[in-house]
Design a protein around this ligand. Structure first.
Ligand code: ZN
Length: 74
């Protein structure tokens, strides 16, 4: 698990993990990642995602749909 104590954007030490529904968009299509855990800086609003968070996002994003092929019975 990635450990971040300083905001990479503004250097604030107040950055902390949050867990909330994360809304992204891809080609105008919105999608939600429920209860995503990521780092958020209260000072500048920077968001940092660790590998698990990235994987969660990828799992929900239409942009990565081809990496999660839907099972088709031919
Ligand atoms: Zn910051």
């Amino acid at each position: 698990m990635l450990k971040i104590t300083r905001c990479p954007s503004c250097g604030s030490g107040k950055i902390k993990t949050v867990r909330r529904n994360w809304i992204g968009s891809f080609k105008g299509k919105r999608y939600t990642v429920p209860c995503l855990r990521y780092y958020e800086c209260p000072d500048c609003g920077e968001k940092v995602y660790d590998r698990d968070a990235m994987r969660e996002i990828e799992g929900h994003s239409p942009a990565f749909e081809q990496t999660h092929p839907k099972r088709k019975s031919a």
